[in-house]
Design a protein around this ligand. Structure first.
Ligand code: PLP
Length: 426
């Protein structure tokens, strides 16, 4: 190992605290974290000069590949002007254009307002607070709770976390956020009294953190109808599914559903900078007009950060100039074929779940029973895949394969091949 690599690891283990990480292990003897130093296209390099395909799009964020010259030069051009200005009391050209373009994805008089923030959690947090305040200002203050789906994940700020349906993440903080009722399916909604509900929150088409589990077809349309019939807002968390990941620009477009709130983050800047957006309707927005007591008192220091907006606009322009969506069907097909082959060759591959360029490969024992969690089989396979030039992470024993949308067919083959080798190796 190079001296500088060793020094970075020592400083990390002495001072850094990583997300969702057992620090005892991370800092344990013999653990040598990869130090990532460079990226180009779908590839990342570590400080020792090894190259890996970015199999989970740098935690589901990257869209057009790393170090894309168009996104880089857009960020640089804005940097020549100014890196950050306050959106509280001022505006700036790129935010105005980005808001216009985001609303332009939806028919007129539907989603027509954009509230910027920093990440997926704040995009959701903001939708929840807007939804509750909307009820207070439209004579329905008793509607202050939410419906969320079991095993859903909507982020880690307190409000977003109160929606969280995954106990190992959220149970410690239960009771601290909004009142939330969890349901598992559309059928559960029938038994529920909606009188105290402001909105229902869902990850459309596929739940990500819940081991990449797709919803039944047509469900989103049914949920929209249920919301309309019961006077409940539909809040879509497209933090993972947005920006082409499912094959369409937004997952909701696949079922022709328009929500009352749309939460966007991860892929908004192409995966270059932290920026988020909460879109809502003119109808919601109008309830905040009037005196000071009706304003939405919410915001973050870096709201609408100009560098982030520059990256986002460049990313959106690439969808046109590189015909990103047009090329997805062949890639989606290539992943499906590759993973089907994996399943036929490896008895440990129990199920493949795929929605567009999002795939989960669930491993179980050949008899169909789960591996004991403590064996951490998914982690072993991902660790082993590094040696074959693939970086990704599992969720329990489901291996995520979700490369940047720009990944070529040959690179997809490389990723599947690396998983194949890793499965053979363990
Ligand atoms: C990642 C994610 C979030 C949280 O976004 P952060 O940027 O990590 O705060 C929320 N919802 C979904 C569906 C996500 O995948």
């Amino acid at each position: 190992m190079r001296d500088d690599t060793r020094q970075w690891i020592e400083a990390d283990q002495a001072h850094c605290w990583h997300p969702f990480t057992r620090q005892t292990e991370w800092c344990g003897r013999g653990h040598e974290p990869l130090v990532l130093v460079r990226g180009e296209g779908a590839w990342l390099w570590d400080s020792e000069g090894n190259r890996y395909l970015d199999g989970n799009s740098s935690i589901w964020t990257n869209i057009h590949g790393h170090s894309h010259p168009v996104i880089q030069s857009a960020i640089r051009a804005q940097l020549e002007n100014v890196a950050h200005t306050s959106f509280l009391g001022f505006t700036h050209p790129l935010a105005t254009e980005l808001a216009r373009q985001l609303c332009g994805f939806f028919p007129p008089n539907t989603l027509e307002r954009v509230f910027f923030s920093d990440n997926g959690s704040t995009a959701v947090e903001c939708a929840l607070k807007m939804a509750v305040q909307y009820r207070q200002q439209t004579g329905q203050p008793q509607r202050n709770g939410f419906i969320a789906f079991a095993n859903g994940y909507h982020g880690d700020t307190l409000g977003a976390a109160s929606l969280g349906g995954i106990d190992r993440f959220s149970e410690r903080f239960r009771g601290t956020g909004f009142p939330v009722q969890h349901v598992t399916s559309m059928a559960d909604l029938a038994n529920l009294c909606p009188d105290s509900i402001a909105g229902v929150v869902i990850e459309p088409l596929i739940q990500g953190v819940n081991e990449m589990r797709p919803w039944p077809a047509e469900m989103l349309g049914e949920l929209r109808n249920w919301c309309d019939a019961n006077g409940v807002h539909l809040i879509l968390d497209e933090v993972m599914t947005g920006f082409g990941r499912t094959g369409r620009m937004f997952a909701c477009q696949l079922e022709q559903v328009i929500p009352d709130f749309l939460c966007l983050a991860k892929g908004l800047t192409g995966g270059y900078l932290p920026l988020a957006a909460t879109l809502t309707t003119g109808r919601v927005y109008d309830a905040f007009l009037g005196g000071a007591d009706r304003a939405f008192y919410y915001g973050h220091s870096y709201t609408a950060n100009p560098l982030g907006c520059a990256a986002a606009l460049a990313s959106l322009s690439l969808f046109n100039s590189e015909k990103t969506l047009e090329q997805l069907p062949a890639k989606i097909e290539r992943i499906a074929t590759g993973l089907a082959g994996l399943r036929s060759r490896h008895p440990l591959v129990h199920e493949i779940r795929q929605c567009g360029l999002i795939a989960g490969i669930e491993l179980r024992r050949p008899d169909g029973s789960h591996f004991p969690v403590a064996e951490r089989v998914g982690e072993s396979v991902c660790f082993s895949a590094r040696a074959f030039g693939l970086l990704t992470r599992p969720i329990l024993d489901t291996i995520v394969l979700m490369p940047p949308l720009s990944t070529s067919l040959e690179e997809i083959d490389h990723a599947v091949g690396a998983l194949d080798s890793a499965l053979s190796a363990i």
